[in-house]
Design a protein around this ligand. Sequence first.
Ligand SMILES: Cc1cc2nc3c(=O)[nH]c(=O)nc-3n(C[C@H](O)[C@H](O)[C@H](O)COP(=O)(O)OP(=O)(O)OC[C@H]3O[C@@H](n4cnc5c(N)ncnc54)[C@H](O)[C@@H]3O)c2cc1C
Length: 299
Amino acid sequence: MPWKRSDGWWQPVIGGCGARFLAVEGEPYSVSRYATDAAAAEALIRASGAALAIAPCTHRWQRALPGVAQRVGGAIDTHAVDISPGSVRRWYYRQRIEVTLARAATPWIILREPGSGDPWQGVPAQATVERLDVTPPATRTQVEGIEAQAASQQTIRPDAALLFVAGAGWTKKQKDGAVRTSEASELILQFVNRTGASLGSSKSLVDQSGEGQAVLPFLTHLHQVGQTGSTPRHRKGLASCCHGEEPHVVGWRFVNERRAINLDPNCGWARGKADVLYVADAFEVLREAAKALGQPGAD
Ligand SMILES: Cc1cc2nc3c(=O)[nH]c(=O)nc-3n(C[C@H](O)[C@H](O)[C@H](O)COP(=O)(O)OP(=O)(O)OC[C@H]3O[C@@H](n4cnc5c(N)ncnc54)[C@H](O)[C@@H]3O)c2cc1C
């Protein structure tokens, strides 16, 4: 967990974990590119002599480390969600099947899903970093720059404590007979930005753009939670204007505490799928939440 210094800055406390720190530095390694990432990782694994190499299961390392496993004569497993001495738990087939497996091959490279474990706790300590001198390999790929969303526009946040899910009800005719999509957009974005929650969606809502209907502009298919979407991991989840049908709710299996807001007391959530169901108008609930959360920050 980060540690707050007296000047108000947060700093990581990994320095105190007792590990030996090795690093590869330099401009060629500053960008995500298979050839340079693999060369750096290979050098680090060889120099450390480690039998186990653990990296975050991000696109960057998913791309670079399988080739490294081949080079160092080891093995690799991706999508690990738990690591114990001698074994890992990982999922297959979009998290429908979870297995525990062990391997004899070393080095064993394990890519762990972000957000699937508790952060390291400790006090800060000075770390001595040993820099390895690695000659950059010849590359055919030149990285010219990165086009990325502003952090405040990035609404999928795997490390957030709360998953907020928007369903198709946000774009349906409301009790006053009107469709209030722009108000829905504003309320949802305000809520996720002020709480730091990760945003998810039901399939019906993200599919709407394909049917020529007004749709919430910040939602993509990457936000979809469920059988044909993602299976995120968060401590808590709050569904809004979403019916709670089985193909959607299977995506919630790793959300520990589930709540839902729905006008319909007989919705799917009421049938054992949520710990708490608020039978209420989500527009009203989010308006009240916005007042309670105070002035806008990043939104
Ligand atoms: C093979 C297969 C795979 C599928 N995979 C997925 C998947 O991965 N993910 C997924 O989401 N779905 C999936 N589905 C679709 C799923 O079965 C549902 O159709 C979908 O989840 C419904 O979306 P929804 O709940 O947002 O919309 P709806 O069913 O239209 O529900 C809208 C809800 O909003 C409520 N509501 C409306 N206005 C308000 C308001 N003001 N306040 C509070 N509540 C309000 C209504 O009461 C209603 O319950 C799959 C289906 C199949 C057949």
